[in-house]
Design a protein around this ligand. Sequence first.
Ligand code: CTP
Length: 403
Amino acid sequence: MTEDLSKPTIIMGVTGGIAAAKSTLLASRLNKAGFDVRVIMTPNATKFVSELTFRSLTGNKVVTDMFEEPEEWDIRHVSLAKKARLAVICPATANFIGKAANGIADDMLTTTIMALGCPVVVAPAMNDAMWANDAVQANVLKLKGLGYVFAGPVTGRLACGTEGLGRMAEPDAIFDVVMHSYLAIGRSSLKGVKLLVSAGPTVEPIDPVRYIANRSSGKMGYALASAAAARGAEVTLVSGPTALSDPLNVEVKRVDTAEQMLKALEDGFEGCDAFVATAAVADYRAKEYSDRKIKKEKAGMKELELVENPDILAKLSSMKGGRLMVGFAAETEDAIESALGKYSKKGLDMIVVNEVNERNQPFGAEDNIVSIITGKGEVESLPRMSKSELSHMILDRISELMA
Ligand code: CTP
């Protein structure tokens, strides 16, 4: 087994279920993200997807048989377990969960898992009655207590044709949990921290077909919420309309307008320890909503009267108490100066500044270049990085400030 240190090894366990077909998408995304993906299949899993599929997607030999002659003279399940930075079981059957929770190692996957010292993400897939079964739930609870991270299941259509809680989460959502669990390795835990995050744009209707909104994909706020959940925080995400799916392990409240966002955030503010405002709140809304489409020939559009929306961050900051308040700012000129003004005016502990220019177009992008302002105006300029990595850098600063 040759080792490429630049490619972190991830073990992907695949157990027997129809969701194994979807897990090929996860293998592919992990491979593209730069992981050295080592797939271990249970014999039942090979009845749903062939080894060759995973081998082609990962470029690595797939292991199924405990007693197969290893390529090199070592005990393969132990050597693989030693190399692994993280493991993900996708899909995980009730049988796998039961074995892992009770220390049973009777195949290549369970023997490898037992020898691991790294985080393990579990993506269950089963019938809803099986998932609700007391024995399964007791095993899940036990594994959670041992530090296993669960990604799903979710409610949806099941293999048996009914709807219920037991469907495997989408591979992209599982990928996010895996990525954030990987990035969380060696970083401070946020266990016990209650984090409130606002994300996305707000959309202020003018008439049934028009609205006022800011540009925002929501990606930064969603990444922050996922990152914090992976580090153990209890996260509530209040989101304006976005094309993104709800992140796993995060409570999501969807809203449209600034007033609805304020209301949802006020509800969550009481019990939170920190508030991170990534939302691009529309500063104005139409004074009066027209329930008929305003015709462009008529004066209505040209003379549209606007009223100012509440400044959510400033309003919540006035009830700050011992909470940590973090703002975001997207600026096209005098970025630092302008952000410093918002930092003091809105009573913040930290502000993250996006510069929007030819070099950095953060809207909808996967990466971002920002500066972080904390303390008495100390500015830390960060290089370009993915919004996932950036989320963990921001959480590192939050956890330092909270300490
Ligand atoms: N914000 C908010 N409510 C608003 C406007 C902004 O909560 N009505 C929050 C944003 O979520 C962000 C911070 O305040 O965290 C700064 O937002 P920004 O739009 O840059 O600042 P504004 O105060 O609206 O100033 P301007 O648009 O004039 O730059």
